[in-house]
Write a protein that binds this ligand. Structure first.
Ligand SMILES: [Zn+2]
Ligand SMILES: [Zn+2]
Length: 263
């Protein structure tokens, strides 16, 4: 059992607090990870707002890199000392979605079996089955994706983003949207997920990639990721602008990376 600090949300819309938490040693199929970095994702805020169920207290954080410090019985995927990205969709490989080659629809993703707790024994619900706004976290070994090769210290924060925002955006474009070469893509909201969607559209060979945001700084960054056009929707009607840039047809694929009514 390890006594470490973690960021806990104890109730709907209450301020989060840094708490001492107890993290068990890994059991069969589990891995204990020393957290190196953790991104701040909007989903953590949704937990605080009560938008992801009411299994309080939540141990927040889910977009991380770390170093495996112990593994349980039967773990072969990772070993002590491995640098890893934590991923919240550790797929089973056996359910009907996995067997038909669509693991992103897996019905039986893996999480740690044992519970992390507060000092008084109250069980914590780790955000997205990860809970990595903490010095250590306990996950299913399959939630660790080994980082091959040597990185410099500051790069671990960047690769940690692969665990959530980057795969959300790139996956939406490549898997869900199935963008093909020469198509047009508009991305509404150019934060972490939106920027990744733009990068995905560029990877897929989209010819017109329109970034839409309220913030000129984010639009400038979007161009670095491959946006061919930018629309500041504070200054221009984005629907009209997108139609004008796509011969009047509208984009072949539109990604809403904000997720609120007006977008
Ligand atoms: Zn996230
Ligand atoms: Zn599965």
């Amino acid at each position: 059992m390890h006594k470490v600090k973690g960021v806990v949300s104890k109730g709907k819309n209450q301020p989060v607090s840094v708490e001492t938490i107890l993290v068990p040693d890994p059991g069969p199929g589990e891995a204990l990870v020393d957290v190196l970095t953790c991104g701040v994702c909007q989903t953590d805020h949704h937990y605080v707002e009560g938008g992801v169920g009411d299994d309080y207290p939540f141990l927040l954080g889910h977009e991380s890199s770390g170093i495996v410090s112990a593994v349980g019985e039967g773990v072969t995927e990772v070993a002590v000392g491995d640098h890893v990205i934590l991923n919240w969709r550790a797929v089973c490989g056996q359910c009907r979605a996995c067997r038909r080659g669509e693991p992103w629809y897996c019905f039986a993703t893996h999480n740690a079996t044992q519970k992390m707790t507060l000092e008084d024994g109250t069980e914590l619900t780790p955000a997205l089955g990860i809970g990595s706004f903490a010095e250590k976290t306990l996950v299913a070994a399959g939630q660790c994706t080994k980082i091959e090769g040597e990185l410099q210290d500051h790069q671990y924060a960047a690769v940690g983003l692969l665990g959530c925002g980057v795969m959300a955006g790139i996956g939406a474009v490549l898997n869900t949207g199935a963008v093909k070469r020469g198509e047009s893509v508009a991305v509404i909201g150019c934060g972490g997920v939106g920027a990744a969607a733009i990068a995905g559209a560029a990877l897929a060979g989209a010819s017109t990639i329109i970034a839409v945001d309220l913030d000129d700084e984010k639009l400038a960054t979007a161009q670095k990721f491959g946006a061919t056009h930018t629309v500041n929707s504070r200054q221009q009607d984005p629907v009209e602008a997108i139609r004008a840039l796509t011969g009047g047809h509208g984009a072949d694929l539109v990604i809403d990376a904000v997720g609120i009514g007006p977008t």
